[in-house]
Design a protein around this ligand. Structure first.
Ligand code: NDP
Ligand code: PHD
Length: 363
């Protein structure tokens, strides 16, 4: 048996992100999917019938035959749940699992701004995991979230710059893929040959989530980073891959070459080294004048490596660049999986399992 060996339940398993979890967890060395849950529309049916499977690869046979459960703690036989629930129901359901002593690794937005809930990218703010010790749902359960998909990609590019320099402000225009809107998502007549310059709530998330992620843990709270960030978010007819056209301003005198160098030489913290889904490199800098492109570069590092190109001096801010990240892998299920791997390697899942074995689950 591996040092790490956990039974995983997936909440919202039939949806687009839930399916990506199932795909990424196939043959995972530490995690085995033992339960899948979704709405009452799907509960009671075999997974292969309940899910409108979107991937070209077949459903892993061990999952295809599982019966879909209702999203109640007592219906799920697992050590940890991954949540890909619709945000209209995620808040209540995730809380019920945490109160029942189950660790919740959530991809939904509901608890991202909760004072005691880490908004986590393992390579960026692994120390924020300590907030878990301040959570008090009962019975050892806890909630950890990953950021919005656009936020995740952008932060992967900004964190090495904040590490190396005194970053003051960021202006970014996001070109966001259709898969970010789930399935079936944006109506085809709105999407094809068009750009929609509004994604509900997205610009607000980009204004707030980075400040928490890049903030400093101060006792039992995060002191938000002093960073000014303004975003414009558009939906474009691309299948996968959110592209960010960004410019950054520093408090010191920094040029494009130094920015490219900081991105190339950044090394993720040692605590991430043993994590199976950790990409290497974390960020790749591409020199071709027409890179990065969603079609060519979105699958870098299995969808976990962020690509940066067109790093240039900028007459308005100091430096500008184009950044590409996989919105449903690095920005959703893959990011959450990496969070769960960090929880495992730092002992949080073993601790929760030990607590669950000694205390009766909440009713
Ligand atoms: N980090 C990020 O940036 C991203 C986050 N997301 C977030 O991930 C989540 C899932 O997104 P996506 O997969 O696209 O959404 P989908 O609509 O494809 O899937 C939603 C899932 O939630 C289930 N569900 C819906 N209503 C209920 C209910 N009342 N009770 C129990 N389960 C329910 C559905 O079950 P059923 O099939 O039975 O209806 C389905 O499994 C959302 O919160 C979304 O915002 C998504 C993309 C990127
Ligand atoms: N809004 C994102 C996807 C998403 O669901 O984001 P969030 O996890 O912040 O709700 C997009 O459209 O690409």
């Amino acid at each position: 048996m591996d040092e790490h060996d956990y039974r995983v339940g997936i909440l919202g398993a039939t949806g687009a992100v839930g399916q990506t979890f199932i795909r990424l967890l196939d043959d995972h060395p530490w995690f085995t999917v033992t339960s899948v849950a979704a709405s009452e529309r799907s509960a009671g049916r075999p997974y292969r019938e309940a899910a409108n499977w979107l991937s070209g690869q077949p459903i892993p046979p061990s999952v295809a035959s599982l019966e879909v459960q209702s999203t109640e703690p007592e219906a799920m036989d697992c050590d940890v749940v991954f949540s890909a629930l619709d945000s209209s129901v995620a808040g209540e359901i995730e809380e019920a699992f945490a109160r029942a002593g189950v660790p919740v690794v959530s991809n939904a937005k509901n608890y991202r701004q909760h004072d005691r809930v880490p908004l986590l990218i393992p390579e960026v703010n692994p120390g924020h995991l300590a907030l878990i010790d301040e959570q008090s749902w009962g019975d050892g359960g806890f909630i950890v979230t990953n950021p919005n998909c656009s936020t995740t990609g952008l932060i992967c590019g900004l964190h090495p710059l904040m590490d190396a320099f005194d970053l003051e402000a960021v202006q970014v225009t996001m070109l966001q893929a259709l898969s970010g809107a789930g399935y079936p998502g944006v109506p085809s007549l709105d999407a094809v040959g068009n750009v929609i310059p509004h994604i509900g709530g997205e610009e607000e998330k980009l204004a707030t989530e980075p400040r928490k992620i890049l903030g400093t843990l101060d006792g039992d709270r995060i002191e938000p980073a002093a960073l000014t960030l303004s975003a414009q978010c558009t939906r474009v007819p691309v299948r996968n891959g959110h592209l960010a056209c960004a410019s950054v301003r520093f408090r010191d005198d920094i040029e494009a070459e130094a920015v490219a160098d900081a991105l190339r030489t950044f090394r993720a913290p040692a605590v991430t080294e043993s994590l199976p889904s950790r990409p290497d490199p974390f960020v790749q800098v591409l020199d071709a004048p027409d890179a990065p492109q969603p079609q060519r570069h979105v699958e870098a590092g299995g969808g976990m490596t962020v690509s940066v190109g067109r790093v240039q001096d900028c007459p308005v801010n100091d430096v500008k660049f184009v950044l590409l990240s996989h919105n449903t892998v690095r920005g959703a299920a893959g990011g959450a999986l990496l969070n769960a791997e960090l929880l495992a390697s730092e002992g949080y899942l073993d601790r929760a399992r030990a607590d669950a074995a000694t205390e009766p689950a909440a009713g």
